[in-house]
Design a protein around this ligand. Structure first.
Ligand code: ADP
Ligand code: F6P
Length: 326
C-alpha cells in the first residue's frame, strides 16, 4: 500500500489530533504517503485533500478539536454523494482510508467498504456510544472537563445550600452522566437507560433537604431532561431555588487527557497496521487490549449500561433517589 488518507467526521472529540498524528507518523514509518481529507465526508465529495507529513502533525497532539476540521454531511448518505467520494479516492490513488468519528461516521465507512474501499474506523466521540469498544476517544477528557467544572459549582451550591441541575451531552448513551455523577458524588443521576419519574426526582430533592445535605447535585443526560426545565419543575414542586447549567460545548473542547492521548496513539498505530495487512475493520479497546472487529459488527448490538456503578454511585451519595428494580 503506497498512499492512504485520513478524515475526521461528525462531532469533534479531544484526542482526534493525537490520533491523526499517530496515523501519519506510523504510516510514514511504514513507507506510505498520507493525505488528509478536510471536513470529513464533505471534503471527500468536494475534493479537499491535503498532503500530511511530519510537519503538519507536529505540535498537534495536545490540542482539542481536529486540525482536519469536521462536518456533518447529509449529501454523503446518498448514492450520488458516495459516487463522487469514490471518484476522488480513485483520482488520488488512495488505497486505504482511516475514518475517525462516531456511529454516523461508521455508517459512512461501511458504505465505502461495501463499494470496495479498504477502510479502518476509529471510535472518536465524547458519547462513548459504540458498544464493541470500552472507550471512544474523547470520552475520558469530556468526563474530566465536566468533573472539574462541577467542583466549582459544588462550592457555590453548598455555600447557598441549594440544588444544582447540570445537563451533560452523550446523545442516547448515559455514560458521560453516569461517570461524571459517580465522580462528583451526585445525589441524582438521570440517564436514558434508567427510567426515573418526576415524582422520584422531587422526592429525592426533598429528602436531601430533610436529611440536612448542604447541596444536592443532579446530573442529567441531555436526552432525559433539559436543565432549565428540570430546575423549574423542582423549584415549583419543592419551593427550593435550584440553579440550572447546560454544560454545552465546553465539554467537547479542550486538551485531551493523558488517557485519551495514549489511546489515540495505540488506535492510530493499529489502524495503519490493519491497512498494511490489507484489512478493513474497526479498532477499539476491551479490558485494556487493543482489538479490531468487522466494520459491520461495530454498529450491531447496544452498549451495556453499568447498572452496578449507577447503584453504587447513588448509594454512596446518600441513597436519596429511590428506584424500582430494573
Ligand atoms: P457521528 O459520527 O459523531 O455520530 P453523525 O451522526 O452526524 O456524527 O454522522 C457524521 C456523518 O456520517 C454524517 O454527516 C454523514 O455524512 C455520515 N453518515 C451518517 N449516517 C450515514 C449513513 N447511513 N450512510 C452514509 N453516511 C452516513
Ligand atoms: O456526538 C457528539 C455530540 O456532542 C452529542 O453528545 C450531542 O448530542 C451532539 O454531538 C451535539 O451536536 P452539535 O451541537 O455539534 O450539533
Amino acid at each position: 500500500m503506497k498512499r492512504i488518507a485520513i478524515l475526521t467526521s461528525g462531532g469533534d472529540a479531544p484526542g482526534m489530533n493525537a490520533c491523526i498524528r499517530s496515523v501519519v507518523k506510523t504510516a510514514i514509518g511504514s513507507g506510505m504517503e498520507v493525505m488528509g481529507v478536510l471536513r470529513g465526508y464533505k471534503g471527500l465529495i468536494e475534493d479537499e485533500f491535503i498532503s500530511l507529513s511530519h510537519k503538519e502533525v507536529s505540535g498537534i497532539m495536545q490540542r482539542g478539536g481536529t486540525v482536519l476540521y469536521t462536518s456533518r454531511c447529509p449529501e454523503f448518505v446518498s448514492k450520488e454523494g458516495q459516487k463522487r467520494a469514490l471518484e476522488n479516492l480513485k483520482k488520488y490513488e488512495i488505497e486505504g482510508l482511516v475514518v475517525l468519528g462516531g456511529d454516523g461516521s461508521y455508517a459512512g465507512a461501511i458504505a465505502l467498504a461495501k463499494a470496495g474501499v479498504n477502510v479502518v474506523a476509529i471510535p472518536a466521540t465524547i458519547d462513548n456510544d459504540l458498544y464493541y469498544t470500552d472507550h471512544t476517544l474523547g470520552f475520558d477528557t469530556a468526563v474530566n472537563t465536566i468533573t472539574s467544572l462541577i467542583n466549582n459549582i459544588r462550592d457555590t451550591a453548598s455555600s447557598h445550600e441549594r440544588p444544582s441541575v447540570i445537563e451533560v451531552m452523550g446523545a442516547y448513551c448515559g455514560d458521560i452522566a453516569l461517570n461524571v455523577g459517580a465522580g462528583v458524588g451526585a445525589e441524582i443521576i438521570l440517564v436514558p437507560e434508567v427510567k426515573v419519574t418526576d415524582k422520584q426526582i422531587v422526592d429525592a430533592v426533598e429528602k436531601c433537604e430533610t436529611i440536612g445535605k448542604s447541596s444536592c447535585m443532579i446530573i442529567t443526560n441531555e436526552k432525559v431532561y433539559d436543565a432549565s426545565k428540570l430546575s423549574d419543575l423542582i423549584n415549583k414542586r419543592t419551593g427550593v431555588a435550584s440553579r440550572p447549567l447546560e454544560v454545552g460545548h465546553i465539554q467537547r473542547g479542550g486538551s485531551p487527557s493523558a488517557f485519551d492521548r495514549v489511546l489515540a496513539l495505540k488506535f492510530g498505530a493499529c489502524a495503519v497496521k490493519m491497512l498494511v495487512d490489507g484489512k478493513s475493520g474497526a479498532v477499539g479497546d476491551k479490558n485494556g487490549d487493543i482489538i479490531a472487529v468487522e466494520l459491520s459488527a461495530a454498529l450491531k448490538g447496544s452498549r451495556q449500561f453499568d447498572y452496578n456503578l449507577y447503584q453504587l454511585a447513588l448509594k454512596s451519595a446518600g441513597d436519596v433517589l429511590k428506584l424500582q428494580k430494573p
